[in-house]
Ligand binder design. Structure first.
Ligand code: ADP
Length: 360
């Protein structure tokens, strides 16, 4: 009997999700699956909100930001009852395979959907694809959306740098990343910022205010008043709070520097996906559907992980993609987000050393 594949996007949207949907539709159709899209993430599973998807439906998808299937947060899916309803809907529609494209919460949902105890005798295979602009998912070098978000931030910082230079101002630019400061760290290098602030440094607000003030005073002593400070959203002090503390500290030292705040917010989530995001999303979509066809389940298709954890294997379809158990992915994700983890400390240390030499 023909196998049936469901594709959904869940959680925070990320540019490149459509490219992953497109690849899953094209590869699934080619491998003989009939393919449906699920609208609005796990809520659409519970509501049986399915639409048939064929190659003609995804013709322009690779170029489009956001997600053509819509995304949602679904509290009901966190409950056993909600997941049982979702599994019943899948069984009623004779859907035996699911691709979940989303962030770490969505991947936790994918693991729960395919939990062997909860499944009982139902035959259901689930493969996840990491999509999150924050790059906060373990065991994948990049998640879908990170590259586009970085390009958006760097472009915005270049524009801000022009006006900062024209008016000799210091700009505090806040970028998304509540739990993970990767976007702030990576873009501070790419944009040539003077200071970067991220939660993983574990520094107190007083220390951060002191570092920003010292940097501005030092630049001023060299005759420069324009500056760029990139701040991750997850840092405990708000951008406006930081500005007023820094303004106070500068005034008390008799230094005149005009500061301004720009919060980039949701702009960073949107827009046409970059070439790199299209490439990664397409290859992950391909590897994920091949893995389902080969009988794998409860794994995530990962992009170019450094070292494979025990039990993981490289995709037979793509030498840059690996298939990693979702338990292992979520454990590594928790380590990554834990400020005390070796990976988080390593990132902070690198920036302590690089920061002072990489200014504008
Ligand atoms: P993201 O995928 O971007 O991290 P969320 O954390 O909001 O976004 O997760 C998206 C959805 O995934 C949630 O609304 C919920 O339906 C589902 N989900 C998250 N965590 C779990 C979990 N532990 N068990 C089951 N479902 C979950």
């Amino acid at each position: 009997m023909r196998r049936r594949l469901a594709i959904l996007t869940s959680g925070g949207d990320a540019p490149g999700m459509n490219a992953a949907i497109r690849a899953a539709v094209l590869v699934g159709s080619d491998l003989g699956f009939s393919v449906v899209g699920v609208r609005s993430g796990y809520q659409g599973l519970i509501d049986a909100d399915f639409i048939d998807l064929g190659p003609d439906d995804v013709i322009d998808a690779i170029r489009r930001g956001g997600t053509l299937l819509g995304s949602a947060r679904c509290p009901a899916f966190r409950t056993r009852e909600g997941r049982d309803t979702a599994r019943r809907r899948l069984a009623d529609a004779r859907l035996d395979s699911v691709v979940v494209i989303g962030g770490n919460g969505s991947l936790a949902g994918a693991r729960a959907l395919a939990d062997p105890e909860e499944l009982g005798r139902q035959a259901l295979s689930v493969v996840g694809i990491p999509a999150s602009i924050d790059n906060d998912i373990g065991h994948t070098r990049l998640a879908i959306g990170v590259d586009t978000a970085m390009n958006t931030i760097v472009e915005a910082c270049d524009k801000i740098a022009d006006t900062a230079a024209a008016h000799d101002r210091a700009f505090i630019v806040e970028v998304m990343g509540r739990e993970c400061g990767y976007l702030a760290m990576a873009t501070s290098i790419a944009a040539g910022a003077d200071v970067v602030l991220f939660r993983e440094s574990g520094k107190s607000t007083d220390t951060l205010v002191g570092e920003v003030t010292d940097a501005l005073v030092e630049l001023r002593s060299k005759g420069r008043r324009r500056a760029m400070i990139i701040k991750a959203e997850g840092v405990q002090v708000s951008a406006d709070g930081l500005k007023s503390r820094v303004d106070g500290a500068l005034a008390s030292r008799g230094i005149a520097v005009e500061t301004r705040v720009t919060v980039l917010g949701h702009i960073v989530r949107g827009g046409r996906p970059s070439a790199t995001d299209r490439l990664i999303a397409t290859r992950l979509g391909h590897a994920a559907v091949r893995a389902l066809a080969a009988g794998q389940t409860r794994v995530m298709a990962a992009w170019s992980p450094g070292r494979l954890p025990a039990g993981a294997r490289w995709s037979s379809a793509d030498p840059r993609c690996a298939l990693i158990d979702l338990d292992e992915v979520l454990a590594e994700t928790a380590r990554l987000l834990d400020v005390a983890s070796p990976e988080a400390q390593w990132r902070a240390k690198v920036f302590d050393e690089m920061g002072p030499v990489l200014r504008l």
